[in-house]
Design a binder for this molecule. Structure first.
Ligand code: ATP
Ligand code: MG
Length: 494
């Protein structure tokens, strides 16, 4: 017999449940059996009253009528001889009294009225016979029966439970274990082993057959999906490889372009500058050289923007942070902006507002931050006709700190008194090739890539770039760049 199911929790639970149910049912059926046995035996015991009524009463009446007291004694002894009868009492009309046994106040008793039918039809009262019956013997017999019946019933219930368990194990549990082992151990991508039930084939499929069929179908589906998936993975790897190759070709093209185009352009700019400062060259030609210089610078600016965008697309731009003296950087930004104002020949004041509570150094990529700020100040210088441009640097306020930088970071703002940017346009200006005022842009040139590059660079360094909803202090536009956390003490010391 396979008793493996006793070792697994389900088998043990089945055994315990069967035993519990078996015990309860056994006790219940024992109770029913005993009650019915008690009633039967009680009925048997009280049958003596009917026998006295039908067999002895007439003879006793005859003996009393004829004053045959010997006969009366014999009859009373005969009644008292029954083991269940505890007391017999006869009181005659003539005052005689007979007693057998001891009075027991038993609830089971009967009184017989003894009479004699005279020939003239009158009925003569002869006395009363009282018979008391004890059920102690019945109770004793039922008590003895109790244990035998209970133990027999328990044994039957337990045997039935074990037999049922064996049958359940043979018919169901061992197959379920077999199915579980198969699902657990079979690697369907490599194993060709099919799930089979170890039992005789059935004419009509049952639930186990349905489970096996469902698992086989599922396995077939998984195998076919797996095949398709493998093919897809191979194809994707191939395309990834091709994309990587294309990217590297593109990167090297960009590098070459950057070098091949910028080098001659710088040479052109250099020669144009020489022409501009050569006093031997007539003024008219020097003016042409200045115009050509401006056009070449614009061309270089546009070329730089396109190349930068390509480098961002190829993930070729790396951010490398180091503790940076932000005050020094801010002064450089002010100088560059002032130079841009001179370039545009405008009368604009450039102010620098550095918060005194700023830390000495901040952990950031100075070159990339400068690239963003320069783009912002270039725009300010380009689009503002007169008034002010302000560059401000301050630590983040508590309400501006983020999860990634709970200790706070740095906010750089560039504000100007130019035409301003209305709410609807604020969302668009960071899109590539977006320029708001066609007229202005025709005058100023540009590709509409500056802010898109700034936004991507700021995302790359985990910073945020936005336009203020309401610029203050008389400014019409304010760009905010929120970046990085202050460098740690050791970084500040180096
Ligand atoms: N300070 C500003 N004041 C008013 N408008 C601005 C300001 N900065 C940007 N803009 C608007 O946003 C548009 C996009 O700016 P972005 O820097 O991306 O492009 P661009 O300056 O026109 O060209 P590029 O930067 O490529 O030379 C600008 O064309 C301009 O319309
Ligand atoms: Mg710009």
């Amino acid at each position: 017999m396979n008793i493996g199911f006793f070792k697994d929790p389900l088998g043990v639970r089945l055994v315990l449940a069967s035993l519990l149910i078996g015990s309860v049912l056994s006790i219940f059926s024992t109770g029913i059996q005993l009650v019915s046995s008690f009633n039967r035996q009680k009925q048997d015991a009280t049958a003596i009253f009917e026998q006295i009524e039908t067999v002895l009463a007439d003879t006793l009446e005859q003996a009393l009528w004829t004053f045959d007291f010997d006969q009366v004694n014999i009859l009373l002894d005969g009644i008292a001889a029954n083991e269940d009868i505890t007391h017999v009492e006869l009181i005659s009309q003539t005052g005689h009294q007979w007693d057998r046994g001891t009075p027991s106040q038993s609830p089971v008793q009967q009184v017989f009225d003894l009479t004699y039918d005279q020939p003239d039809g009158r009925v003569q009262d002869l006395g009363k016979l009282r018979v008391e019956l004890s059920l102690d013997a019945v109770f004793e017999r039922v008590r003895q029966q109790f244990w035998v019946t209970l133990l027999t019933n328990l044994a039957k219930a337990y045997l039935a439970a074990v037999a049922l368990l064996v049958v359940v194990n043979q018919m169901i549990t061992r197959h379920l274990r077999n199915i579980a082992d198969h699902v657990d151990e079979t690697d369907i991508s490599t194993d060709k082993k099919q799930l089979v039930l170890h039992r005789a084939k059935r004419k009509v499929a049952d639930d186990l057959d349905h489970i096996v069929t469902a698992i086989r179908r599922f396995e077939a589906r998984v195998v076919s999906d797996l095949g398709a998936l493998k093919t897809e993975v191979v194809e994707r790897r191939k395309s990834e490889e091709q994309a990587r190759e294309a990217l590297s070709v593109r990167s090297s093209f960009i590098g070459t372009m950057s070098h091949e185009v910028r080098t001659p352009l710088n040479a052109i700019l250099g020669f144009l500058h020489l022409i501009e400062i050569d006093e031997a060259v007539p003024e008219r030609q020097r003016h042409y050289a200045r115009v050509a210089t401006r056009a070449s610078q614009q061309l270089l600016h546009q070329l730089n923007n396109v190349l930068e965008m390509s480098r961002l697309d190829s993930n070729a731009v790396m951010i490398s942070t180091r503790p940076t003296d932000i005050r020094r950087l801010a002064r450089q930004w002010q100088d560059t902006t002032t130079a841009a104002i001179h370039f545009h020949q405008k009368d604009i004041e450039v102010t620098l507002d550095v918060d005194p509570s700023l830390d000495e150094k901040y952990e950031l990529d100075g070159a990339r931050v400068t690239q963003i700020v320069t783009n912002l100040t270039d725009n300010a210088a380009k689009f503002t006709q007169s008034g002010n441009i302000r560059i401000a640097v301050r630590p983040t306020r508590p309400d501006e700190t983020s999860d990634s930088c709970p200790d706070g970071g740095l906010v750089i703002s560039v504000s100007d008194t130019g035409p301003g940017i209305d709410e609807a346009q604020r969302r668009r200006i960071f899109d590539r090739f977006t320029q708001l005022d066609a007229g202005l842009n025709r005058t100023h040139g540009g590709t509409g890539l500056g802010l898109a590059i700034c936004l991507e660079l700021s995302e790359l360094m985990g910073a945020t770039l936005s336009v203020s909803e309401s610029a203050r202090d008389g400014f019409s536009t304010e760009f905010l760049l929120t970046i990085g956390c202050p460098a740690g003490p050791e970084a500040q010391n180096d």
